[in-house]
Design a protein around this ligand. Structure first.
Ligand code: AMP
Ligand code: ZN
Length: 467
């Protein structure tokens, strides 16, 4: 396999530290709100990468953190704590918020056929490990105490901007525009390892430490959680492109200073999903979720296909028109596959040939759209239907588009006419509710239920499902 490495800025032959094994770490979600479909683009592409490693014969151990403490709204050490803001918004405790949105995240992943990593570790499980790493960094002179917080001293490093200098300029612009200077810092890019003098007096989650009661900074969690489960030498570390700086830069700074040697060989970054107004972001208010797409009649796997059709190193713009097209393509593709008779014997040699072709084509810097093309090529190939089904089922171990599964939406599920009817009834009910005609609103709900459609009012609007 060949992969682009953000650290060297080159496409390289992937060689793991231990033959046949891959240690893989992915930055997990901050669980203060639902994941938007941009976040999920990153998790879909990481899922494909993990599955491609396995498909190519590697034994993979994949670890992911859950950020349930200490993620500030600014990438510097400023701004409000996102978890705290979420708890305030919903009048819940931070741990209630974390549990609710962690479950919601994995429910979304399940709908998109994203496999749960082998190890999932919430940051709040690892406070002892964070404190230990910070103690060592202090002992080695890489950290200092100021204003009662503990900071990492970036001036102690030979090279801090390991992913490239242009980030420095970006940060300078950010610093001038909207990041207020922390006067405790010795250098502009020093970052907090442990907050003791809290600027959030009402921060609910605090732990005892050698420096007083406080809580960890954001970056330390990924260094410690990955090391706890994958050791001091890791093959590949993944995340969205925005994680490159400062998050991954800071992870490398503290991990390599702590261990005294190189840590990760390959860095894999997925570019952003944008909407027509720019980068999709949770703080934008009404953002796009999987449930919202479902309530509009889209199959979550049509969104997965949409992501697979584009390269992970290119920004992708979401639009409903594009998703409409993808949903139609997805349905047609599944119909063509369903029409294969399955008769005849599977030609094992042909199956192996296509398997190897998939590894070499898709394994060329995760060329997922080529993986889709190979499905169409297989459909056209001069082999038995049974072999075609076997080849496509084999590809689906990586693509995870349920290609061999009977399509419920074309058989027993909702057809386009029914979806249009449901949508019109939901709109009618919304009008009735706005006019305070609750009897009418309830009657519409019952009418839909009598047709086997249950509706539910959520924060994102009314959603429906077939019952
Ligand atoms: P968060 O929950 O904000 O920590 O983000 C979870 C993951 O989604 C991280 O790997 C981010 O880099 C990634 N991410 C955030 N915004 C986007 C976006 N618009 N498109 C793709 N990935 C994103
Ligand atoms: Zn991380």
């Amino acid at each position: 396999m060949r992969l682009y490495n953000s650290l060297t800025k080159r496409i390289e032959e992937f060689k793991p530290n231990v033959e046949g094994k891959v240690s893989m770490y992915t930055c997990g979600p901050t669980v203060y709100h639902f994941a938007h479909i941009g976040n999920l683009r990153t998790y879909i592409m990481e899922d494909v990468l993990e599955k491609l490693f396995r498909y190519s014969g590697y034994d993979v151990k994949r670890v992911m953190n859950i950020t349930d403490v200490g993620h500030l709204s600014s990438d510097a050490d400023t701004g409000e704590d996102k978890m705290l803001a979420g708890a305030k918004r919903e009048h819940k405790t931070i741990m209630e918020i974390a549990k609710f949105y962690t479950d919601a995240f994995f429910a979304d992943c399940a709908k998109l056929n994203i496999k749960t990593p082998d190890v999932v570790e919430p940051a709040t499980n690892c406070i002892t490990e964070f404190i230990h790493m910070i103690e060592v960094l202090l002992e080695k002179g890489y950290a200092y105490k100021a204003g009662e917080n503990i900071y990492f001293d970036t001036s102690k490093l030979k090279e801090y901007y390991v992913f490239g200098a242009q980030n420095e300029e970006e940060l300078m612009i950010g610093a001038r525009d909207d990041v207020s200077e922390d006067t405790n810092k010795r250098n502009r890019n020093d970052f907090v390892l442990w907050f003791t003098k809290s600027k959030f007096e009402d921060q609910a989650l605090k732990w005892d430490s050698p420096w007083g009661v406080g809580y960890p900074g954001w970056h330390i969690e990924c260094s410690c959680i990955s090391m706890k489960h994958l050791g001091e030498y890791m093959d590949i570390h993944c995340g969205g492109i925005d994680n490159m700086f400062p998050h991954h830069t800071n992870e490398i700074a503290q991990s390599e200073s702590y261990m005294g040697h190189k840590w990760v060989n390959y860095w894999f970054h997925v570019h952003h999903l944008n909407d027509e107004t720019g980068k999709m972001s949770k703080s934008k208010g009404d953002f796009l979720t999987v449930s919202l797409l479902e309530s509009k009649g889209y199959d979550p796997l049509a969104y997965r296909l949409f992501c697979l059709q584009s390269h992970y190193r290119k920004p992708l713009t979401f639009s409903y028109d594009a998703l409409d097209q993808m949903q139609a393509t997805y349905k047609k593709l599944k119909k063509r596959i369903a029409a294969l008779s399955g008769d005849g014997a599977v030609d094992e040699a042909v199956l192996k040939e296509w398997h190897d072709k998939f590894v070499s084509e898709v394994g060329s810097d995760l060329n997922t759209s080529m993986g889709i093309t190979l499905i169409y090529d297989a459909l056209k190939a001069d082999v038995s239907d049974a072999t075609k089904r076997a080849v496509i089922g084999d590809f689906d171990r990586v693509l995870s588009l349920d290609l061999l599964k009977a399509d419920e939406s074309t058989e027993s599920g909702a057809d386009d006419e029914l979806v249009a009817f449901i949508e019109s009834k939901i709109a009618e009910r919304k009008e009735a509710k706005a006019a305070k005609d609750f009897a009418r609103a309830d009657a519409i709900r019952d009418e839909l239920l009598s047709k086997g459609v249950a509706i539910k009012d959520t924060r994102e609007g009314t959603v429906w499902e077939l019952v």
